[in-house]
Design a binder for this molecule. Structure first.
Ligand SMILES: N[C@@H](CCC(=O)N[C@@H](CS)C(=O)NCC(=O)O)C(=O)O
Length: 216
């Protein structure tokens, strides 16, 4: 049985598992509590960040790498094509947005979010945190440009790249306090209306409660 440790970006993994129709178990990891007491989790990821994936003896971190692992290992037996084949014309676009969702968007904005929420009061307004928003907004232009050309990040159909980018847009609105443009917001609403997302959200209790408060 596949185990997903922790929510946060773990919802990307849970959403993908739901879209693939693979069974899994979600193990809560509460970063708001003293993580040093969760020795079971620290045995999985000694660095203490989430999400992590456990599949038999295989343990790994990094949400995008985890998605690539699941698609590579189980993609052929899944219900739908969530990753274009390497020789498909849209493979490059797919790879770009799959990684941009974390490396260019959520990962960049992370420093704004933690500064805004947990930095000492006097250090909240600083150049690095502001720059993190600027970089996020800069990379977001690639998403906007793609949406002017096609309904999905990889073109004409839904892929794991949409899961990656949609999480970043959720994070930006709910944790970063940012407002999206009309096209990005419409895209985000379309993606989060999917049954696979709704099933993922019903598994991810902490995320569901967080979004209910943050986006109301
Ligand atoms: N690039 C990593 C980012 C992981 C990450 O920053 N996770 C956050 C929560 S979503 C976390 O655990 N933060 C606490 C920490 O880094 O100690 C991924 O995509 O999995």
């Amino acid at each position: 049985m596949i185990t997903v440790w922790g929510e946060g970006r773990g919802i990307r993994v849970v959403w993908l598992l739901e879209e693939m129709g693979l069974p899994y178990r979600l193990r809560d990891v509460n970063l708001l509590e003293d993580i040093s007491k969760d020795t079971e989790f620290l045995a999985i990821n000694p660095c203490g960040f989430i999400p992590a994936l456990q599949d038999g003896d295989m343990v790994m971190v990094e949400s995008i790498a985890i998605m690539e692992y699941l698609l590579g290992r189980y993609g052929r037996q899944s219900k739908s094509a969530l990753a274009p084949a390497p020789d498909a014309p849209n493979f490059g676009l797919y790879q770009q947005f799959l990684h941009l969702g974390e490396a260019g968007l959520a990962g960049m904005l992370y420093f704004h979010v933690i500064t805004k929420n947990i930095a000492p009061e006097a250090e909240r307004n600083n150049w690095t945190a502001r720059e993190s928003v600027e970089i996020f907004r800069n990379r977001l232009q690639l998403v906007s440009r793609q949406l002017a050309l096609a309904p999905y990040m990889a073109g004409e159909y839904f892929t794991a790249a949409d899961i990656s980018v949609t999480y970043a847009l959720t994070f930006a609105q709910a944790a970063g306090g940012l407002t999206l443009g009309k096209d990005e917001r419409n895209y985000w609403e379309r993606m989060t209306a999917r049954d696979g997302y709704k099933r993922a959200l019903s598994s991810c209790h902490a995320t569901r409660n967080w979004l209910a408060k943050a986006l109301s």
